[in-house]
Design a protein around this ligand. Structure first.
Ligand code: GZL
Length: 362
């Protein structure tokens, strides 16, 4: 065969092979993307390919608001975790109002989502709407804060922090630090800028402080809610300075944004947030460790200690849903591991209930 005939023969073979594949006479079944149907006629003799499960899992996420750096990081973590094939995330920002969150949950029920994820603003008032979700056969996963309901079967599981343990770590650090600095217990006079009243984080952090005040014979001068925001933290601190003049030695803020606001008020009053109580500094304690500004203040010693509160729950929630999709039963309560930060050299570790925690540099 001359060259031209050979080339023509090769082209014919190629056309025959291509026709075989495209008409399904070969083994391949091509699925048109996204339809779940074979895009091309199937070969009746070919082994039945398992129908691909193109069911997308729809998750309705009711976030409580956007009050803090922690909340923003928590939301971002959820959005990223579900920005992947097989999931659709419906996100609703409750803007700090439980009524908005209840409306969001009812909307998710009407939309017949597969799962509801709830980050509740405060603990009470959820029984009715969670019963509606149960009656609709939609599992509810709680993230971050908890709910106080008569029937715990109204939610499948929860993932978040042990807020009272965070407080026990922070007050253990304060106890060790004041001992190292030779500060007598009657000098440890504290004001407490609380978080959103009735939220699990506030309840745990306030309770932990109250127990430590009692156990160490410290003095709690006053407590007031800063609602986990910088603005309220500044306002509450200014009011405390007006009321207690130079009696305050320790400022216990229940999150970083309050601590940043409190330090603004302290410095506006010509005082210093710092490590030297005997020089008249005010020692600021905080929680979260999410805000870059707060971590910088901690590196400078203007925040003395931060008990970490980890916001990155997105992958954890997705893992719980994947367990449920496999028919497995997750733990009811899933706690995250958390650290403690301070740049002050005096205390490099604390021990709580026999567990040693290294004090890490911020
Ligand atoms: C804690 C979370 C708290 C953070 C605050 O898990 O609920 O709410 O500590 C946030 O920063 O506003």
């Amino acid at each position: 065969m001359n060259k031209r005939t050979t080339r023509l023969f090769r082209i014919c073979i190629m056309m025959l092979l291509l026709a075989a594949v495209l008409t399904g006479c070969g083994s391949g079944i091509l699925f048109a993307p996204g339809t779940g149907e074979s895009g091309i006629g199937e070969d009746p003799g070919a082994a039945e390919a398992p129908a691909p499960d193109h069911h997308t899992i729809t998750v309705g996420f009711s976030q409580l608001g956007a009050e803090s750096d922690w909340r923003s990081a928590n939301t971002q973590s959820m959005l990223e975790a579900f920005d992947t094939d097989g999931y659709t995330l419906l996100y609703q920002n409750g803007q700090q109002k439980q009524s908005n969150q209840i409306t969001a949950i009812r909307t998710f029920i009407q939309q017949e989502v597969d799962y509801i994820v709830l980050a509740p603003a405060t603990e009470t008032g959820w029984d009715t709407v969670l019963e509606e979700a149960r009656d609709a056969g939609i599992p509810v996963i709680l993230v971050d804060r908890r709910v106080d309901v008569a029937d715990r079967s109204l939610y499948t599981c929860w993932v978040g922090s042990d807020f009272e343990l965070e407080s026990i770590k922070a007050t253990a650090w304060l106890d060790a630090y004041t001992a190292k600095k030779g500060v007598s217990t009657d000098e440890v006079r504290i004001v407490n800028i609380q978080g959103t009243i009735g939220s699990t984080a506030q309840i745990g952090r306030t309770r932990g402080l109250a127990n430590a005040v009692r156990a160490n014979d410290w003095e709690l001068l006053a407590q007031m809610s800063g609602d986990f925001t910088q603005t309220k933290g500044r306002e509450v601190m200014a009011a405390f300075l007006q009321r207690f003049d130079d009696a305050i030695r320790v400022v216990y803020c229940e999150n970083d944004n309050e601590a940043i606001g409190a330090i603004e008020a302290i410095e506006s009053a010509g005082l210093t947030a710092g490590p030297d109580l005997d020089r008249g500094d005010l020692l600021v304690i905080s929680f979260d460790g999410t805000s870059r500004e707060a971590l910088q203040l901690a590196r400078e010693g203007r925040i003395a200690c931060i008990a970490e509160c980890n916001p990155l729950h997105g992958p954890r929630v997705r893992a719980l849903i994947e367990m449920l999709e496999r028919g497995e039963t997750p733990e009811k309560f899933n706690y995250v591991e958390e650290r403690i930060f301070s740049a002050l050299p005096e205390v490099r570790e604390i021990t709580v209930d026999g567990v040693r925690y290294e004090v890490e540099k911020p």
